[in-house]
Design a protein around this ligand. Structure first.
Ligand code: SF4
Length: 368
């Protein structure tokens, strides 16, 4: 048996949020064609004995599928899902229904991940999100009745956000008593409407203030029993996302749907496979691109993904490869029980650490 994570990309959204660079189109008019093709892809997994240890239905907005479509998808996934598998559905408040949740629970769902981003209607409107207060109220009732785990997504540092508003968003999130929170700093992705707006009016985002709000938010969440087990993810004990931990440990996963990435072993070592992101060529059966990372690229990927976690990476392989970087960061990168990890204070400086570490890896004879 080959145990894998399964990611299914649902490429539909009700409208496009101005910060978003994910592959999705507005409206779910082509969801039936998408589902047919996904069901076909799931017929031919990476190996005949593939079994899903974790499943993540992400997007896009998976709750734009009808409950009947979700049911068909979960039935197909169930043919290879391990009994103890974690199964997450991403959903947005304005499209989630009680019927979705009934189907999800029946189909083996264990986690509901709700894209809240902010509870402030003015900010939701400003960023092009269709969620309104009435949707949040409705989703809260649904979440209270949901028997599985609940995760909420919040963004820190939206345009128009204030220190007080940011704090209030976190307080309101905790009122929902989630098991897990993803608390991300807003990233301005090139090519998005937000990037264009920021280029025209560089003052639309809070900038450095957003960083300090995030640090305050982290302290707040930790003080309320949510451990920062990854740079942007917080969980009550035992509620860490098993699927996302596969990504950070570079354990193999299979991704289906437009833009989905897979990481799989093969006779030529590890490969990344990336499906085309545009829906039409994907529906027409365009094969995924394959990339075989070099040993150096794979080492960098492992270090980057591993150090995102509070538990970091095994020390033994890295200490001989990074003597200079580890010396320069002494006291900020720590070692305990055979693991190297960034100190709590250094976590926000992961990028700076990686820049130096990658420079050192580039010069190592092992990778020439
Ligand atoms: S709902 Fe999510 S995937 Fe869709 S546009 Fe907004 S951020 Fe992107």
């Amino acid at each position: 048996m080959t145990s894998l994570g399964l990611y299914v990309h649902v490429p539909f959204c009700r409208s496009k949020c101005d910060w978003c660079a994910f592959a999705s189109e507005v409206g779910a008019g082509r969801s039936e064609a998408w589902l047919e093709r996904i069901l076909h892809q799931l017929e031919t997994p990476p190996s005949h004995d593939s079994r899903w240890a974790t499943v993540y239905l992400g997007g896009g907005t998976p709750s734009l599928l009808s409950p009947e479509q979700l049911d068909r998808l979960l039935a197909k996934i169930g043919e290879r899902r391990l009994p103890e598998a974690e199964l997450t559905l991403e959903a947005n408040p304005e499209s989630l229904t009680a019927e979705h949740l009934a189907v999800l629970w029946q189909g083996g769902g264990t986690r509901l991940s709700l894209g809240i981003q902010t509870f402030q209607e003015a900010l939701l409107k400003r960023h092009g999100r269709p969620t309104r207060h009435r949707h949040l109220d409705h989703a809260r009732k649904l979440a209270e009745a949901w028997p599985g785990q609940l995760s909420l997504d919040l963004i820190c540092g939206l345009s128009g956000q204030t220190a007080q508003g940011q704090r209030r968003d976190l307080e309101r999130a905790l009122d929902w008593e989630p098991d897990h929170l993803s608390f991300y700093s807003l990233t301005v992705e090139p090519g998005t409407p937000l990037a264009a707006r920021e280029a025209r009016h560089p003052s639309v985002l809070p900038g450095d203030k957003g960083d300090s709000w995030w640090l305050e938010g982290r302290d707040f969440l930790e003080a309320h029993g949510y451990a920062a087990y990854e740079v942007s993810n917080f969980a009550r004990p035992g509620a860490e996302s098993r699927h996302n931990q596969r990504y950070w440990a570079l354990e193999p996963w299979w991704g289906v749907g437009p833009s989905a990435v897979s990481f799989l072993p093969s006779d030529r070592g590890w490969s990344y496979w990336t499906q085309t992101s545009a829906l039409t060529p994907w529906l027409e059966g365009t094969p995924p691109d394959r990339e075989i990372p070099t040993a150096l690229e794979l080492a960098k990927d492992r270090l980057l993904a591993g150090l995102r976690r509070r538990t970091g990476v095994a020390s033994a392989p890295w200490k001989p490869l990074l003597p200079e970087t580890l010396k320069a960061w002494e006291g900020r990168i720590l070692e305990q029980d055979g693991r190297l990890f960034l100190s709590r204070e250094t976590f926000p400086f992961l990028d700076a650490f990686l820049r130096q570490a990658f420079g050192e890896l580039d010069g190592r004879p092992e990778f020439r």
